[in-house]
Write a protein that binds this ligand. Sequence first.
Ligand code: PPE
Length: 305
Amino acid sequence: MADIVEAKYIWKNGEFLPWAQATTHVLSHALHYGTAVFEGIRCYETQTGSAVFRLRDHLKRLESSARIINMELPYSPEELIDAARQTIRKNELSSCYIRPIAYRGYGAVGVNPRRAPIDVVIAVWPWDAYLGESALAEGIAAGISSWRQRSANATPGAVKSSASYLNSGLANMEALDNGYGEAILLNELGFVAEGSGENIFVVRDGIVATPPLSDGILEGLTRASVITIARDLGYSVVEKSLVRTDLYLADEVFFTGTAAELTPINSVDHRAIGKPGPVTRALQERFFAAATGRLPEYAEWLDVV
Ligand code: PPE
């Protein structure tokens, strides 16, 4: 049935449930009104054991998302860090994807979320290359979506909410229907925002550029990590608004995200960008080296399980 690789246990409100029993009522508020905030985190195998990439930062972002939607999380980031580690250990996974989600559960219907209880869940499962087997090595074709990025004053990009992903899903389905591997969304002003589940970067004449947060994007942790790595390698990195022709004229374009990691883009709207270029390859190599514990200077990004 599912295309998901199942693990054994899921943490829900402080206890472990067998995978198949981690269910919720069909009248849960979040299912009807999109009132959930979540995270996507990866745990990598390193020479000194499994380690979670930027666990604390992801749980801080979960708290920020919750704050924006007036949801007071019943667990502190520290408690959730501990729960995430325990969930990985209990499932005996050496590398996996981690999905904490806090949602308005069963107990009230009607728009007002405050009347519904808050449930918190952490699931883990093995998740390979997000955009297909060859994506990391060869890149993917991307297309600009006819759907615009949800506006900052409607469903803000800064909140990683279930509601936001209706927009992402529309763009992603359209892109796949048109033969692309992923969508790129422009915001309401026409500036490049992000992919359906990734941030985006361009490289031109050796300068690395990415849209600023004020263009209404998710504050990606892979984005932040890649900016740091690029600067440490001596590249100039600018956060500036980009228009669609900046994508067509770029020497290199790539996506970043927890699931997508650093995925090169080899064409945009059928304008060839070409094979992954030298900057993309250098950043990708350093990113994976950092995530798998091979670079001591980025050790603070890793939380050993
Ligand atoms: N923008 C969007 C819209 C987005 O969903 C993600 C992550 C990012 C940027 C990159 O953020 P970060 O992971 O912190 O670098 N998308 C998550 C969900 C993927 C899914 O299909 O589910 C992810 O990569 O985990």
